[in-house]
Design a protein around this ligand. Structure first.
Ligand code: AHR
Length: 328
């Protein structure tokens, strides 16, 4: 009896934990409100670390509603163990499809095999995993992060094409081990590596957050009085760094040139104001394509192994034009 009661307590606690970081949405009455034939998707989000992520979550939730898909949503707070727990709970709940944006690239094979064993298809969205066995997921929808890093590097090479002095660069990396941090770093390094005048004098993670971006930039400024360029893997870290640069009595965009990735509204505003010099776009509006892919996968139709998001770049002038109609 006692054993049974404690099992009930454990089960209750587990349910409460999941309820604390998750929610359900989508599936309007036409679609059966989650009952009937509506597709049920379990979605494990990385967290709420940036403006990009907020826009991405909204896109996924709105699109699920529009597509009549019942969404079970959970926020992993940038922790892989939380994502693994959420995926296991979706397997237990026998959802029709699991979608997730992996916080880091490695360490997914075991849980992906569990989903495969339960015949639940998995869609990777936004970020990749490094599993050698690509049959563990049906498709990967998201940006080409290496290309984004290359675009950032190409702007820099063009900007300094007539300079002969060394160009001292500091880099604010995204979350350690995440696909965008790995790929934006390598794409950028590949392009600037062709010219020895470009020197990355410091490179550290700012976890994709504004607060950490500010903190790390403050340390960079103290250690290196001669920074020419900041390359931040996202707008939020760049915006935090701007506060640090201004706090140190320097002018962002002039004394220190700044390149970021994302093109969320706050970043675009700073670009239009001359505080950032160039932004490489990374689109968070993945929801509609994700829902289309989910419907096909659940219906047993074939889907492309890789769906790459279309993206552009913005100069200060282009940001002024684009800002009034920017959705996020
Ligand atoms: O995976 C996409 C990246 O994650 C975005 O560029 C960044 O802002 C977010 O946190």
């Amino acid at each position: 009896m006692l054993k049974r009661i404690s099992m009930l307590v454990v089960a209750g606690l587990a349910a409460a934990t999941l309820a604390g970081c998750g929610s359900e949405s989508g599936g309007g009455s036409e679609a059966g409100g989650g009952g009937g034939d509506a597709i049920v998707m379990g979605f494990s989000q990385v967290g709420a670390e940036s403006g990009w992520r907020t826009a991405n979550t909204k896109s996924v939730q709105d699109s699920a509603k529009e597509a009549g898909i019942t969404l079970k949503f959970s926020d992993a707070q940038q922790k892989q163990e939380n994502q693994i727990k959420a995926i296991r709970s979706y397997i237990q709940q026998k959802v029709d499809v699991i979608a997730f944006s992996p916080v880091v690239e490695s360490g997914w094979d075991t849980v992906l095999k569990e989903a495969q064993g339960a015949n639940i298809p998995v869609i990777l969205t936004d970020r990749a995993v490094d599993s050698a066995d690509t049959s563990l997921y049906k498709t990967f929808l998201g940006s080409d992060f290496v290309e984004e890093g290359k675009k950032a590097g190409q702007w820099l090479v063009e900007e300094y094409k007539d300079a002969s002095d060394t160009v001292n660069i500091v880099e604010l990396q995204g979350t350690t081990g995440s696909a965008p941090a790995n790929d934006r770093k390598s794409g950028f390094a590949e392009v600037i590596g062709a010219d020895p005048k470009f020197k990355i004098i410091a490179s550290q993670t700012g976890d994709f957050t504004r607060a950490k971006g500010k903190e790390v930039m403050e340390a960079f400024l103290k250690a290196h009085p001669d920074i020419d360029v900041l390359y931040a893997h996202n707008d939020d870290m760049g915006l935090g760094a701007i506060e640090a640069i201004e706090g140190a009595g320097k002018v962002p965009g002039k004394d220190i040139k700044i390149i970021t990735v994302d093109a969320v509204k706050d970043g675009m505003q700073a670009l239009a104001d001359g505080k950032i010099n160039y932004i490489v776009e990374c689109s968070p509006l993945l929801g509609p394509q994700l829902m289309d892919l989910a419907k096909k996968v659940v219906a047993g139709e074939s889907v492309p192994a890789r769906v790459v998001t279309e993206e552009t770049t913005f100069t200060q002038e282009q940001a002024k034009e684009a800002l009034p109609s920017r959705q996020y």
